[in-house]
Design a protein around this ligand. Sequence first.
Ligand code: DGL
Length: 267
Amino acid sequence: MNKQQPIGVLDSGVGGLSVLKCLHQLLPHEDFIYVGDTARTPYGTRTEKEIRGFVGEIIDWLAAQSVKQIVIACNTLTMLGVDSLRGEHEFSVVGMSKGEELLLQASKKKKIGVIATQFTIGTEAHKRALLAADPAAEVYPLACPRFVPLIEGEQFDSAELQDAIAEYAAPLRKAGVDALLLGCTHFPFIREQLEAELGAGVKVIDPAAATSAKAIAELEAEGLLRTEGAGRVDVCCTADLARVERLAARMLPAQDCSFRLIELSKK
Ligand code: DGL
């Protein structure tokens, strides 16, 4: 492998663009290839077998593009275990940070909320990580299945999104959480609305920066970090190209990006 190869970033849909935003800012010299499986999103309400099949196809497609690393910009997929996703591939595979250190720093009351997909919440991985770091913490995990379809559907100003936010904020408020993890990479798209509903007393934590730091450390250790040239971002999706372009504009500078529709079976 060499420094010139691109970094692969993947998600079930547009959510991972929130992680790509951070990666592109921190690594302006790197080329990125992003894959969002917009034809089959959301993944978070599906079975493990189904999800494993889909992510296997994306990883094989990215491997055929000669990536030097893959960042799993999806919490649901990270729950499957990065080692099992990496398989026999040579490149490193980096999953989403669970953000437990950031959450414990941010929370005075040690009452911490985690919002994510049904699949992610079902694994209890965030709760375990937080309790391992601080057994006295009180953790309130909450599946929010209404959010991903609304975000994919660009329903940012809709009454339905406002209603979903109010529905999910109520139990978090009742529990008295003062820190909240965005445990799904789609959720930074509605961060402002969530913060407005929860109020200034709740610190909202996005694990994208901690995830990017893991990816950078891995590349550095392998001597694969690029230090010159202007990096490009190649955004690929499996459906709805125009929609993906509009959503990407919320996260990435348009002048650095190109967009295309791909078929995962055609490498
Ligand atoms: N963005 C994803 C995550 O971080 C998955 C959303 C979905 O497909 O349900 O979990």
